[in-house]
Design a protein around this ligand. Structure first.
Ligand code: ZN
Length: 421
């Protein structure tokens, strides 16, 4: 078998013919030509036999490695004049528009990005992390289900920070299908309005429930402003408060109490205060997930009693309401009982958080009524948080969003050898 014939087989790329091969450094350079005569616009279906001209420089694409060798494809491309997009370098079947990598290489990188960490991917594929980010964006733009905004009935909207120093992305979840269908940079009313602009009035009218946090920004976009001056985009939809947002607020109150007590103790007994500081995780972790040592610390808190123990009991009682084993009626009863207990607790932080919970009581109960329970929403939420921590190294919100959509969006990632030939 001739070397070029063998390479044609090995590379397994549609629509190309191997013209020659050479080795440079750690790279196998393969010169290829397109089989098709016709030129295709890289951005649309337009094709023609008329070339505008031929590029003077060669185009190249990194392909999957052969053993320890990098593989670089090289071709001389022509330019096409598309009636819609003007003069463009012709599209090729084996690579995405404006990419220096083949589809096979990009699909592999995108798959790995959803499964493993930055260091492993960069070392294995010999590309940097921002390149992984750009690849992710291209794979998402290419493969995301175009009908993902159809048939939405119950959705959730939430913000996630993708970088240190308060850089936020807003994500919209399809609760029924358990996947993220939309995302954009920002976390204010305008960001949510952009979602509704993409959704359109007709599909917005189909929404029955929108779950969110307790802040005013998203609610304003959905239901309109309280004074009625700004109209909402889906005023018919019930606004629900995701229980985990409420739980987070109560946990925050507990942490404030703990910190205050610690500061007091530090002034009186610095030694004791140091031991006490490590107790943070014991108090904030779910009781059922504590190690033996942590449980012992917790028992000490109980024996000591006092404000921290009472605050802890209140926050655990609140968490238990949303464990998912109560009926809607029981939840309502327990929630009301909790609100009144916390209001009368005499602990400032809990009096305050009880007021917030009371304001959003109906929204919280609406979420429970719809079965938007903690477990389900939190499950997806945890994956997103894991992924965004990995995305901290990216330099653009688009790349972070791409990684989130690759992992939690309506997209099917297929590895090169799994694709039908
Ligand atoms: Zn075109």
């Amino acid at each position: 078998m001739r070397a070029t014939t063998l390479l044609n087989r090995l590379l397994a790329l549609a629509g190309i013919r191997v013209l020659g091969v050479s080795v440079a450094g750690d790279t196998v350079v393969v010169d290829v030509g397109l089989r098709r005569r016709k030129l295709v616009c890289p951005l649309c279906e337009f094709s023609t036999s008329n070339r505008h001209d031929t590029r003077r420089v060669e185009s190249s694409w990194r392909h999957l490695d052969l053993g320890r060798w990098r593989v670089l494809l090289r071709a001389r491309l022509r330019r096409v004049c598309c009636p819609t997009h003007g003069v463009r370098v012709e599209g090729v079947p084996f690579a995405r528009h404006r990419s220096g990598f083949t589809r096979d290489f990009e699909d592999l990188a995108a798959y790995l990005a959803t499964k493993t960490d930055k260091t492993a991917i960069c070392r294995l594929l010999r590309i940097d992390w921002d390149t992984v980010g750009r690849i992710g964006e291209r794979v998402v733009a290419d493969g995301l289900d175009p009908d993902r905004l159809d048939g939405l009935v119950e959705i959730g909207v939430d913000e996630v920070s993708w970088k240190r120093q308060h850089n936020y992305i807003t994500l919209v979840t399809d609760h029924r299908r358990g996947r993220i269908v939309w995302g954009a940079e920002g976390k204010d009313t305008a960001t949510m309005n952009a979602f509704f602009a993409d959704l359109g009035a007709k599909r917005a009218a189909q929404l029955e429930a929108v779950s969110m946090d307790m802040g005013p920004a998203y609610a304003k976009s959905v239901a309109g402003s309280k004074d009625g001056k700004t109209k909402g985009h889906a005023p018919q939809a019930t606004i629900c408060i995701d229980p985990y947002h409420a739980v987070a607020k109560v946990t925050e109150a507990l942490d404030k109490v703990r910190r205050k007590e610690w500061n007091k103790l530090r002034k009186i007994d610095p030694d004791k205060a140091r031991k006490f500081k490590g107790a943070r995780w014991v108090l904030l972790k779910r009781a059922t997930k504590l190690t033996d040592d942590q449980q012992a610390t917790l028992r000490k808190f109980r024996r000591r009693g006092g404000i921290i123990w009472r605050a802890y009991r209140l926050s655990e009682a609140f968490r238990a309401i949303f464990a998912g084993d109560l009926s809607a009626d029981q939840t309502e009863e327990l929630l009301d009982r909790w609100i009144s207990k916390a209001s009368r607790s005499g602990i400032d932080e809990f009096v305050k958080v009880a007021r917030t919970i009371r304001t959003h009581r109906d929204g919280i109960l609406a979420a429970i009524g719809l079965g938007i329970n903690n477990g389900r929403a939190e499950g997806l939420n945890n994956i997103v948080r894991l992924i965004t921590r990995r995305a901290f190294g990216f330099h653009s919100a688009g790349a972070a969003l791409g990684l989130i959509m690759l992992t939690c969006g309506p997209i099917k990632l297929v590895l090169p050898h799994e694709r039908s030939p």
